[in-house]
Write a protein that binds this ligand. Sequence first.
Ligand SMILES: Cc1cc2nc3c(=O)[nH]c(=O)nc-3n(C[C@H](O)[C@H](O)[C@H](O)COP(=O)(O)OP(=O)(O)OC[C@H]3O[C@@H](n4cnc5c(N)ncnc54)[C@H](O)[C@@H]3O)c2cc1C
Length: 489
Amino acid sequence: MIYDYIIIGSGLGGLSAGLNLTLNSKKVLILEKNSLPGGATTTFKKGRFEFDTALYDLYNYGNSEHIGELQNIFNEYDLSIDGEVVPFNALINALDLKKPYEIKGNIEDFFIYLEHLKPGSITNLKKFLKVIKEIHDSILEIEKGVKVKNEYFLKYLDTNAYDALIDIGISKEIIPYLSFLWIQLGSPLNKLSFIDYAEFMYKIIFKKRVVLNIKNMELIFNMVNKYRDKHGKIIFNAEVVNINKNKDYVLVETKDQKEYKCKHLICDLMPRYVYKDLLKATPEINKLENARTIGANSLVVYLGLNKDCKTLGLKHYKYYNFNNLNSIINIKSMNSFYHSTFEAIVPNVVNEDVSPKNTTIMVLKTDYYGDAWAKVNKSNYHKLKEDLANNLIEQFERYFNIELKAYIEEIEIVTPFAFEKLTNNINGSMYGYMRKGYDNSINRLVSYEDEKDPNISFVGGSSLFGNGADNAIKSGYFITNKLLNKDDF
Ligand SMILES: Cc1cc2nc3c(=O)[nH]c(=O)nc-3n(C[C@H](O)[C@H](O)[C@H](O)COP(=O)(O)OP(=O)(O)OC[C@H]3O[C@@H](n4cnc5c(N)ncnc54)[C@H](O)[C@@H]3O)c2cc1C
């Protein structure tokens, strides 16, 4: 039997692709190497706590007032998200600041705070809102294949975020405060394309973020069940080890020596892994692929605390700590193990039901650029991982003046090695490819037709739109729509 499509990987991108294709009556097979679907988006149990690994806030979904693109996609999939829109709620500290600053409530309050910091800023901050909105509309046009004429889009297409903000008139003192979320995008401002930064800020400001009321695994199984309802097939414990293309079909071989055939293969995987390890044809990696920079990898510490968040003094949904608020300076410190840049998520602040009564879940995450982890081996791994987790917890206690250690009931430390094992992303990268320089999502979009392989497409966090759950889901929808319009079988 020859499937219309085989999808390797059942992460959010793979499942989204599978849903769109089965909705369009295609014969689809998903091959998943793990015994459970979801990839990075999963849930694990430790003691009385159920920890979500990855998806905490979903961008671009919105609510009944603010309809995000993902909401429309989920409507097509006949799925809905059970979640709440969260206001900006974060405490941001940097070692070069005298004291942390807080974002509470909406963006207007934040802009008033920035105006206090630098009187006269508000006019250009409003201009910033206008620019990001117009850039968002232009991106939608590009996705529909319409030629964009918008002046801001054309002006900033090849400009990095720092230079564009200066050009808009945002003062140098304000930029670091406005751009602390660079860490979520994985590139410092002087490398990050302004278009990617603008689109991210548009989603945060105009579409809000949704915090799910369901566990990651429940969302994943809702997607799997809908996919199966439409006759989609999924096989677990089916690790693909080899891909062969010939003129009639693509042959996919799994570790247990089974073979499957399809007309078109979709990979919810990092392309470099596919070319290097599955196609085993390194020279086939196209020029763009070779020039791409693999993004940061991370250490994540999941804590189950035996007091409720109010008692612990945890008031904010997110805490950020930076070595330096300026991303361009900050990133230089992030190739060493013991740096001071990390974020903490406290989901109980938004939804107290995420953990048993009178307890709190907390997730501490720190990122590494460069190859720090390449020097780690079996002899130093366990000690290093514990030291790093300990260091992270102590830094949180010190910088935010909140005690954690005395209340830790459960702890799980996840290293880049574990993420690599879970997803097969090279170096355990959580950020896919850095969206830097010309390798930004617009250039990826416009070069899509020229760069694409006629037999293989890529979805997920390493695909067109970059890392993040929303981008992974959108890529699955977008790429399959492109294929469906074209496919003649
Ligand atoms: C700690 C953490 C927190 C995060 N928080 C957020 C957040 O709050 N908001 C947000 O938007 N995003 C967040 N993200 C990012 C988001 O979760 C990811 O970008 C997204 O889940 C990636 O999905 P994907 O489709 O790329 O697939 P992946 O999750 O990478 O899944 C790939 C799948 O392919 C399978 N696979 C790999 N190789 C093979 C093979 N050879 N054969 C068969 N199957 C294979 C894997 O088993 C896996 O199931 C977070 C990530 C992490 C790690």
